[in-house]
Design a protein. Structure first.
Length: 84
């Protein structure tokens, strides 16, 4: 994309270079959004696995609600903060 931008800046067509710069900015923004989406999907999958493991431990009687209530509440606050 940088080579195209350089060529367009040398071209005699007015406004073509700024238009390409705008397109490039939009393109990079879309790529960043896609990366964020993948990261959020990975986070959601990790949280689901964690909750499944906790549920299994609760059902097996190896975890007590009194000892895990505070960490779970903190996890809920963190997830709520990360996903407005």
């Amino acid at each position: 994309m940088d080579a195209i931008h350089l060529c367009l800046s040398l071209a005699p067509l007015p406004y073509l270079s700024p238009a390409f710069s705008t397109l490039r900015y939009i393109w990079l923004s879309i790529e960043q959004v896609q990366t964020s989406k993948w990261q959020l999907e990975a986070l959601a999958q990790s949280i689901a696995q964690l909750l499944q493991a906790l549920d299994e431990e609760y059902m097996a009687g190896r975890l007590l609600q009194d000892k895990t209530a505070v960490p779970l509440a903190e996890l809920c606050k963190f997830v709520a903060y990360m996903m407005p």
